[in-house]
Design a protein around this ligand. Structure first.
Ligand code: GDP
Length: 194
């Protein structure tokens, strides 16, 4: 897709702070450091709209990005940081659960995982949560530039098996470094938002 405009609209922690606009929304989730900000920036052709490697412990908010005045990405704070306190984790859980289960214009979630490794326990929990709530899920297997192309299928197999992936959920091999998978990612996102 040709992105002509993208901007952060708002940051929110609770529903009365969500934007009022009715644009279709795509939530983006993944463990911290997986490459979620890089994915967002790559798709939006921006260098640093989404903050790369923002430090944990900072205010954890849902960040709404409006794209071409027609759809939004909602960046969900990354999970899996060991240092986060129990109460912070509970607040994070409630914030994303509320958003994911109540937002009417949410069309799909993009779950970003690392193609190099088997999905973590937290990845599996997040995927199960999305499936449990029947939220259409697009899987992005990122950092594919770090492994030779000849091994992608083998790694994909491990990812699919570990997640017990629903065969209907699209999975896109991706790299923010090379741009591999960018058009395919947009194509599947547009299927849910047009
Ligand atoms: P986030 O915490 O999920 O938002 O992750 P970031 O986008 O901040 O990326 C974490 C680190 O991984 C940074 O050092 C990025 O430069 C690196 N990174 C992200 N995506 C890729 C990728 O596709 N390939 C490679 N080689 N590195 C990546």
């Amino acid at each position: 897709m040709k992105v002509t405009s993208s901007d952060i609209v708002t940051s929110a922690v609770k529903p009365d702070q969500y934007p009022n606009e009715q644009f279709p929304e795509i939530a983006l989730a993944g463990r911290s450091n997986v490459g979620k900000s890089s994915f967002i920036n790559k798709l939006l052709n921006r260098k640093s709209l989404a903050r790369i490697s923002s430090k944990p412990g900072k205010t954890q908010t849902l960040n709404f990005y409006l794209i071409n005045e027609m759809l939004s990405f909602v960046d969900v704070p990354g999970y899996g940081f060991a240092k986060v306190s129990k109460s912070e984790r509970a607040a994070w859980g409630k914030m994303i659960e509320t958003y994911l289960t109540t937002r009417e214009q949410l069309r799909a979630a993009v779950l970003i995982i690392d193609l190099r490794h088997a999905p973590s326990k937290d990845d599996v929990l997040m995927y199960d949560f999305l499936k449990h709530h029947q939220i259409p899920t697009i899987l992005i297997a990122t950092k594919c530039d770090k492994i030779p192309k000849g091994k992608w299928q083998k790694h994909l197999k491990v990812v699919k098996e570990t997640l017990n992936k629903d065969p209907d959920d699209p999975i896109v091999v991706f790299s923010s470094e090379t741009g591999q998978g960018k058009e395919e990612a947009w194509r599947v996102i547009r299927e849910f938002t047009s």
